[in-house]
Design a protein around this ligand. Sequence first.
Ligand SMILES: [Zn+2]
Length: 324
Amino acid sequence: MCCTAPPVSEGFATAGQGVPTIGRRWRQRLWAWRSGRAWISGSAPLHALLGLTLLLGGCRRDAPPPELTLVQAEADALLRANRLRTTPIRFTLEVGETAGYWAQQLGLCPRGTQGEEPELSCAAWAHGAPGDVASPLQRQLQRLAYLYGHASARTYPQGLVSFDRSLFLVQGHDRAALRCVVAHELVHFLRRHAYLSSRRLQQPDLRDRPAPERDRVLATLSQQQELAADRGALLMTAISGQDPASCVRQLQEAAELEGDYAAEDPLSSHPGHGRRIAAARAYLARGLADDLAAWRRQGARSAAVTPRWRWDPQDRLLTVTTRP
Ligand SMILES: [Zn+2]
């Protein structure tokens, strides 16, 4: 749960089966990032996307979906309390990471097509917009991805934070837990973790190393970022007046959902749940109080901020900025 560099894919359509999309521009950029091409070229490989036939869904809402309304409430409270001045942050919903698996089970995409032909990739279904369906089979896909999803969120280098809709099935009823998830992603965004990972990959000393070694270095960096985002989420949550222990509980619940309490997974983008929980507990016991006191001496003196929110029903992006 909660990351900066998720799997690769992009929306696509096969004959008569449009994958609804929120914001074609954003999805093109996401595909570039997820495919790793953005790391290499620094720009979206638009030529590789010309073959895509993305179809916009016909069901556009004039107001954000309820899930994003919850995100807005928690993010607004965090931004105000922490007095965060930031460039625009965009929030969106996705069908969810398991959609690719279900698309394959339902015969909605050819087998073995991931990688070479991203427009045919099953994984592309993960990034559709919830609610946009063109057939009963697609509706079933969305139900399955919702009911059996990963409850994940992620932050992209372009300033986009996306949530699998299934996250709200698991934690939408628990506003304290949801605030921690939102805070974690805000830390990723504010510290530009995804961008820094991308930069690191482009540095010659790493770029020219063998792939396994490169993967190990990037995994270590990503894990450090995750632990930093966990600590930052505890601090932001405490500053907002909520019990930071709720963030430790949220991590425990994530581990319970996965049934995984392992301490380490060296090549994963995330530390094991056990390590994350232990690190969060340690910070709660030692360190958080000092950081909170430091913020009250300095951060609390900065001027109050007023988040301004905007909902784009076409791209399905909820955007906030706190800068004039
Ligand atoms: Zn994360």
